[in-house]
Every structure is written in C-alpha cells, then in structure tokens.
Design a protein around this ligand. Structure first.
Ligand code: G
Ligand code: G
Ligand code: MN
Ligand code: NA
Length: 250
C-alpha cells in the first residue's frame, strides 16, 4: 500500500526510466529494433520489479499517466537514434481500454517526429481477448503503427482473433525458447516450429524472446525465425547507453 502511494509521484519525481534491449536479425547480430522496458528506481527500496509495480499501477490507475509518458519518451528517444530502428513499447490492457489511447499515440508520434511505422506496440493475448478492442486496434493500425502479440503461447489466443486484429508480429515467449537448449529438445522444436509455421501462414513476422545460448539460436534459425531477442545479443541498458550499443553493433 505504501509502495502504491509512492508510485503516485514516482513519475513526477523522475524515478521512472526506460531501459532498452536490442532485437537483432540472428547470428550476425544486426539490430532491427529496441524494446523499451520500464524501470522504477525507488529512493529507499532501489529497483522495483516491473512485474510488481506495473500490476500496482494497473490496479491504482496510474498506468494511464505512466503509459502516456512511456509512449512519449520512447518515441522521442527513437527519433534521436543514429539508425532507423523500430522502437517496441509494451501496452497495458488497461491502456487499451482507455478511450484516450489512440490520441496519445498520435501525439507521441507527432511531437517526436517519429515515423509511425517505426513504432511497434506490444500487446498480450489476454489484452486483446475481447471483441471490444477491435475498434481501437483498427484505429491504431490506421495511424500506421505496427502491432505485436507479446508472450505468445502463454495466454489465450484464438487464431481467428490473431488474423482479424491485423497483427504484424508474434513474439514467441521465452518459456518455449528455454527448452530448445536441452539435449532432448524434440518436443520444444516441434512446438516452436509449429508457431513459426503458424506465423508464416498468417503473414506475421516472428521474434524469439529470451535467447541466451548458441544452441537455441541455431534451432531458431533452422526453423526460420527471423528476429531474436535475449541476453545472448544484448542486455537491457539505460536509454543513455543505447546509442553506443547501436553504433558498435553491425
Ligand atoms: O524487464 P522485465 O523482464 O523485468 O519486464 C517485466 C514485465 O514488465 C514484462 O512483462 C514487460 O512486458 C513489462 N513491461 C516492461 N515495460 C513496460 C511498460 O512500459 N508498460 C507495461 N505495461 N509493461 C511493461
Ligand atoms: O513480457 P516481455 O516480453 O515484455 O518481457 C521482456 C523481459 O524479458 C524484459 O524484462 C527482459 O529483461 C527479459 N529478458 C530479455 N532477454 C532475456 C533473456 O535472454 N533471458 C531472460 N531470462 N530474460 C530476458
Ligand atoms: Mn514485451
Ligand atoms: Na514478451
């Protein structure tokens, strides 16, 4: 409860920040995108886990102000990068159900000058489960931004919804990527292979999350997954350090 009170002024007091993690095109490691990851440095407790404070902010309603700030900050950061990488921004289901979202996205793009096709919004399966989000997803697509389905395979998704909502990308949850490192990865290979095939059938791009090892990378490449994200390539870093990571990458 105290944490929730502190969250109320964390934004105003400059305690929230964005880290970024590069997403690359495979073994060569050429960067394609960077995902913005929200961080809270609490004055007494230090770094608070996003899994904890994002949930608190959703319950307390602060996620609307925070989410608006994330969108603006991420677009502004990306507009200043030396290469035209995509910036991926996680959206809360609460934001998706708030009427102002489309205007907020449009304003963040307009004020930063970032071309809309360089912004990719990451939504979870549960966030897009209902029919009531169809209109807002259509309006977001009309702005020209990209839509990615995050943590794919861990929630409830109907294939009909995947296609109808016009997603551009599936992000394979790291729960499926982790077992690809095992010696007996047969079942994991079959699963990830099926997801990649599904993505292709629906005309979606595919990103594997949580790639840490060469074995995982080799399997993912052989299965035709074109984009990789994970500690193997890049650890999330402060916004101020990302330009250097971009410049030293291939
Ligand atoms: O970086 P880390 O693995 O700790 O992130 C934990 C969770 O927090 C992830 O599920 C991620 O999607 C979520 N998250 C990170 N940044 C944001 C954000 O800006 N907004 C929302 N709603 N969730 C975020
Ligand atoms: O739910 P979402 O996919 O948005 O969460 C992204 C989170 O995954 C980030 O918090 C990031 O720190 C974490 N992450 C990124 N790469 C790796 C990895 O290679 N291994 C593990 N365990 N976590 C990772
Ligand atoms: Mn994500
Ligand atoms: Na994810």
């Amino acid at each position: 409860a105290l944490l929730l009170q502190d969250l109320g002024h964390a934004l105003r007091d400059g305690q929230l920040m964005l880290d970024y993690q590069l997403i690359v095109d495979g073994p060569a490691g050429r960067p394609l995108a960077a995902e913005a990851l929200l961080r809270w440095r609490h004055p007494h407790h230090g770094a608070v886990e996003p899994a904890i404070f994002v949930t608190l902010a959703e319950e307390g309603g602060q996620i609307l102000d925070i989410g608006r700030w994330v969108l603006r900050q991420a677009c502004r950061d990306a507009a200043g990068w030396s290469r035209p990488l995509t910036v991926a921004v996680n959206l809360s289901p609460v934001q998706l159900r708030c009427p102002g979202l489309v205007d907020d996205v449009a304003a963040a793009l307009h004020d930063s000058g970032l071309p809309p096709q360089r912004l990719e919004l990451e939504l979870t399966e549960s966030a897009v489960a209902g029919d009531e989000v169809a209109d807002v997803l259509r309006a977001l697509r009309a702005l020209g931004v990209r839509l990615a389905l995050d943590d794919f395979g861990t929630g409830h998704s109907s294939l009909a919804q995947l296609q109808r909502h016009g997603f551009d990308r599936l992000k394979i949850d790291r729960a499926f990527v982790a077992p690809l490192a095992a010696a007996d990865a047969g079942q994991a290979l079959a699963l990830v292979g099926a997801i990649v095939t599904l993505a292709r059938a629906l005309g979606l791009a595919c990103t594997a999350e949580g790639v840490e090892q060469a074995t995982q990378e080799a399997h993912l490449q052989a299965l035709g997954c074109e984009a990789m994200q994970g500690f193997r390539y890049h650890r999330p870093c402060a916004a101020a350090h990302l330009p250097q990571s971009i410049d030293t990458a291939l």
